[in-house]
Design a protein. Sequence first.
Length: 134
Amino acid sequence: MTRPLLLAAIAAMSGFAAPALADDPLAVHRWRSRVLVVVAPEGGDPRIEAQRREARTRRAEYAERDLVLVEAIGTGAEADRIRDRFGIGPRDFRVVLVGKDGEAKLAEAAPIPAARLFSTIDAMPMRRNEKGRR
């Protein structure tokens, strides 16, 4: 995945009720994709590259699970909206898995290994239904 495809926005942490669609920076993905949001205060953080590397090496498995990577790096309106959505501070690093329903399913302060992401996704009822249809 190239950097432009990775950038967009999102944030992480907790299972707060999803905000109204108009206020939700991830609304474009709702019911279409699961989103892995990487939030970092600055671009030089090696944890960002570690999560990107996982996504690149497991590209087919991400695609099979309709999983896209979105980054909220540094400051800016979109990054701030993502941080606000998930209650993440401006100096915090978080990786958040967001389900197709728009809800946070998993949040960590470190990169999330693909095996953990996939086992979490594969246990979701919607994913089990998808596998049954494919």
